[in-house]
Design a protein around this ligand. Structure first.
Ligand SMILES: Cc1cc2nc3c(=O)[nH]c(=O)nc-3n(C[C@H](O)[C@H](O)[C@H](O)COP(=O)(O)OP(=O)(O)OC[C@H]3O[C@@H](n4cnc5c(N)ncnc54)[C@H](O)[C@@H]3O)c2cc1C
Length: 459
């Protein structure tokens, strides 16, 4: 009887799971293992919203395995030590896992490979599990990664993705393997009140509902803030409860402009992963330096705090920040506005904003968070690094009637229509009725400061 171990990381599902399928030969036994690594917590990634969602996803994975006769084994500790302990106990000869893209994941993979090989066992690392197309599968001539999205999208679209795999029919786990109790969502403190429920079942249902009923409106409506017309699949994809490759396949077979636009967004996700895999340092350092001397000191700290609290005086920015606090999630347009406001209008270091997002976002991940922040800050891959989003114009465009602002900034709920985007225009006594701050900085002043700092008036 062969025994193998499947180490789950960011791939918490039984559908379309290449490592699990590869481990399950006829008559084989398998240990599905998840290791809660304290190094992840120490590195500042143990945000309550993600821990709560993770607990849901682990519970979902455990039920998916139990429906097939197996169960999930959960341990805490160094993943290399824990995998090796299970390997020794079961005399497993193979370990299977998904390829990761961050420096952390690559280091873990190397350590695990060395430890297993030293003991005469093999590690199989499967590509295209976390991303739709493996990072590095396509490269431009003369470079190890694409730095521009459009040519990447062209190449990515021409590649054949592997076919999605059906879930296994049976998972046989050897007896006598100790597991900790699954972490419970209820035991996590400080979780956002409106946090979504995680898990493979919920994620698959959302994908099916969204493709079935809502995808048609996506191309037109994805930036419509009150319309809430995006898929909200990002947390499920982040934890791997929904497979990115399967989502692409299913959207393509559904067809239509909305589904195609959705596929393009999934390609953005792969784009950021291939960039991080090639330049792991971009998680913390400018991908392209603009020699910024970001504001520091007391005034900058006060502005950062007001931004975090959703009290910048710019209603659409504040609405987005409050949605983030309440749900642990924000629509893409809200993220762009909030990040542009912090890095350009307030001229505060993108790392401070990215840190706050990582503290709250249920889908927060190194590739998509840090590199999207860099894109907005102009230190990343945006070809127009000095563009600044005007929160009033953007508010009126993507929240024309002001419904999004009124939903999230209740102090302004009494202001009708688009006037909610400019409360400072109200006449004195009427303005005084609203307990809402004045803008932290005037937009022309913020813009001029940013342009001076970047040494240009460029586009
Ligand atoms: C400053 C900033 C920080 C961000 N941080 C994260 C993050 O930590 N984690 C994260 O998953 N996304 C992040 N994004 C990307 C994007 O905003 C979210 O993925 C998206 O808003 C999630 O909502 P949705 O699932 O409804 O997306 P949809 O519009 O329905 O898109 C479908 C899927 O495509 C992917 N996607 C969409 N837009 C992007 C994008 N710009 N970059 C990469 N992937 C994308 C996501 O997996 C998403 O679920 C960030 C964007 C910005 C501007």
């Amino acid at each position: 009887m062969n025994v193998s171990v499947v180490l789950f990381t960011s791939d918490l599902r039984v559908h379309d799971h290449p490592p699990l399928r590869a481990a399950l030969g006829p008559g084989n036994e398998t240990v599905p293992l998840f290791v809660r690594d304290p190094a992840v917590d120490r590195a500042g990634f143990a945000a309550p919203n993600r821990l709560a969602f993770l607990a849901d996803c682990l519970a979902g994975l455990d039920s998916g395995l139990r429906e097939r006769g197996g169960r999930l084994v959960v341990r805490s500790g160094d993943p290399v030590a824990e995998v090796c302990a299970v390997v020794r106990q079961t005399d497993a000869d193979e370990v299977h896992m998904a390829a990761g893209c961050s420096a952390f994941a690559l280091h873990r993979e190397q350590r695990l490979r060395s430890a297993l090989e030293a003991d005469g066992r093999r590690l199989y690392v499967h590509d295209g599990v976390v991303t739709a197309l493996p990072a590095g599968a396509v490269t431009p001539s003369g470079s190890d990664h694409f730095a521009v999205f459009t040519p990447y999208f062209r190449r990515w679209s021409g590649e054949r993705l592997r076919e999605p795999l059906a879930p296994p029919q049976e998972v046989r786990v050897p007896g006598g393997i100790r597991s900790e109790a699954l972490p419970a969502r209820a035991a996590v403190a400080s979780v956002s009140e409106g946090l979504a429920t995680g898990g493979e079942r919920e994620g698959r249902q959302r994908l099916a509902d969204w493709l079935g009923e809502y995808a048609d409106g996506y191309e037109e409506g994805h930036d419509d803030l009150p319309g809430d017309a995006t898929s909200r699949l990002s947390p499920y994809i982040h934890f791997g409860a929904v497979s990115a490759a399967e989502a692409v396949h299913r959207a393509r077979s559904r067809g239509g402009a909305g589904a195609e636009a959705f596929v393009r967004q999934l390609c953005w996700r792969d784009f950021q992963y291939q960039l991080l895999a090639a330049r792991p340092g971009a998680a913390a350092r400018d991908y392209r330096t603009r020699a910024d001397r970001w504001r520091r000191g007391k005034a900058a700290e006060a502005d950062l705090l007001a931004w975090k609290q959703g009290r910048t005086g710019y209603p659409v920015v504040d609405a987005a920040m409050r949605q983030l606090a309440h749900e642990g999630w924000m629509p893409g347009r809200g993220r762009l506005l909030a990040a542009s406001f912090l890095t350009k209008t307030l001229y505060i270091d993108w790392r401070a904003g990215a840190r706050h997002f990582l503290d709250l976002l249920v889908d927060g991940d190194v590739a998509n968070n840090q590199l999207n922040w860099q894109w907005v800050a102009g230190t990343g891959t945006d070809s127009r690094p000095n563009r600044v989003l005007n929160p009033v114009i953007q508010g009126k465009r993507y929240d024309p009637d002001g419904a999004y602002v009124r939903r999230w900034v209740p102090e302004l709920a009494g202001l009708p229509g688009p006037s909610v985007h400019e409360p400072w225009r109200l006449a004195g006594p009427e303005r005084a009725r609203y307990d809402y701050p004045d803008p932290l900085v005037g937009l022309p002043e913020g813009l001029a400061r940013f342009r001076r700092a970047r040494g240009k008036d460029g586009p």
